[in-house]
Design a protein around this ligand. Sequence first.
Ligand code: GUN
Length: 281
Amino acid sequence: MTRIIDGKVISAAVKERVAKGVAELKDKGITVGLAVIIVGEDPASKVYVANKKKACEALGIISEEYALPENTTEQELLDLIFELNNKKSINGILCQLPLPRHLDEKLIINSILPEKDVDAFHPHNVGRIMIGDYDFVPCTPAGIMEMLAFENIDVEGKTCVVIGRSNIVGKPMGMLLLHKNGTVTICHSRTKNLKEVCKNADILVAAVGKAGFVTPDMVKEGAVVIDVGMNRENGKLCGDVDYDAVFDKCSAITPVPGGVGPMTIAMLMQNTLTAAKRQNS
Ligand code: GUN
């Protein structure tokens, strides 16, 4: 029997834990605040930002949204981040990506104070993940680790294959699995014999950005398959895994929607709480 890993249930458990933590701080007179910056009119980004705001409100986290116009200059954005870096009531700062092309993403990310970088995109936090001494983990890989732990899926000694090498998902995902003593391979568009590599995986994480990319011939019997894909096909959200075709081969699988997606926001809330605790300790 294939187990469906339910991101809605697991994210609800994480959010409940965070709400409790926020309430405990509140009892001590400490508030938790997240600033979310969005530049421009990207429709998907607008939806993500609205969802983040909603989650904050539900958990007792104060959210401040800064919706800036498309033609915002780099200096204006840097000035805002400088102000938020120094704002006591703001514990976490998130600048929604992608940014408009005229803005230097690296420069912007680097300007966020590492202790307020709840995305864990700043090189300081990336380096800390590398050495296994971290407060913040990028939300999607953190959510996946939470799912594996919730489902009692042990990573130790397992063959783990991650398809995709992005800074946001693939690379940190590989590091987190490695820290749990998995044997990790990160694949990408130049990987040779991708099918054979994937077929060895006890835990297969697909973060490619191509609908239905993972087919049954790439999946080992009994594998755990984690689908990070958020692809829109004819208005329908679908993952990187050909879910129906692969389902029977897996011991466990995450659906899209309702799998990894809900975990990402829950972990952002978790990182924001962590930031508030650190800044007040
Ligand atoms: N755009 C897509 N995913 C993310 C994310 O996790 N954080 C930020 N800041 N932007 C994103």
